[in-house]
Design a binder for this molecule. Structure first.
Ligand code: PXP
Length: 244
């Protein structure tokens, strides 16, 4: 069965807007776990504009309490690795983000970054942290990833999500994702996936066999707002109706 890891970044972004601990990422993560989520993902970026490095430790303690996995994503800078190695999450997903990038928008060029990635994977594996590299579908560098000792890849799924409503594009894109996934599995790599997956497109993506984990943040939060607005508004309207 594919595991769902809820990415908490968007909740951290809302929290940071007011400078208080509201909403609390810890409380939100705990609700997700209590509702059945299999794991929590956090992606602290160097400017900590949403997830903060201090959130990693808090969420690690929470995930340990409930026996679920914490996945920490990010660019393997010295600072990022120091935080991850100290917190020892279950999994660390290495992502080729520029410091001021809005969101991840491509996978690794593994050979061009081999030294950086080999060093990071080595340090993570020394602490028994499962390592995953964020890659584009169609990558020809799976052998290199396996040889450097990584455990999994995470397929960058935005190209799939973008083609979802275009039948002509969708089939070839999905085929390419399936080929990359099968090739990775044949080399002994586990396959995760994430980015722009949502309630509309997830089911079809999971027709690809053997996807171990999806991490989903943006749409999950947007869908929660859109689908939850009815109940919340109803309650506010009841209160104002009882007022003066
Ligand atoms: N995987 C990676 C590497 C990401 O950077 C993100 C976004 O932080 C996700 C998955 C989740 O993407 P989304 O927020 O679109 O669900």
């Amino acid at each position: 069965m594919t595991k769902l890891s809820v990415n908490i970044n968007k909740v951290a972004l809302i929290r940071n807007a007011r400078g208080r601990d509201f909403p609390s990422v810890e409380r939100f993560a705990e609700s997700c776990i209590e509702l059945g989520a299999h794991g929590i993902t956090l992606h602290p970026r160097p400017d900590q504009r949403h997830a903060r490095y201090s959130d990693v430790r808090v969420l690690k303690t929470l995930c340990d309490k409930y026996g679920v996995e914490l996945n920490v994503e990010g660019y393997p800078s010295d600072e990022f690795l120091r935080v991850v190695l100290e917190a020892e999450p279950t999994q660390c997903t290495l992502v080729p983000d520029d410091p001021d990038q809005i969101t991840s928008d491509h996978g690794w060029e593994v050979s061009r970054n081999a030294k950086l990635l080999e060093g990071a994977v080595y340090k993570l594996k020394e602490r028994n942290i499962r390592t995953s590299l964020f890659v584009d579908h169609g990558t020809s560098e799976l052998g290199l990833i396996r040889d450097m000792g990584a455990d999994r890849i995470e397929l960058y799924t935005e190209p799939y999500a973008d083609s979802f409503f275009d039948q002509l594009k969708l089939e070839p894109v999905l085929r390419s994702f399936r080929c990359t996934s099968t090739a990775a599995q044949n080399l002994g790599l586990g396959v995760n996936a994430g980015h722009d997956l949502n309630l509309d497109n997830l089911d079809r993506f999971l027709s690809i066999p053997g996807i171990m984990e999806v991490s989903i943040g943006h749409s999950l939060v947007v869908e929660s707002i859109e689908r939850g607005i009815g109940k919340v508004l109803e309650n506010y309207l009841k209160i104002v109706a009882n007022g003066n």
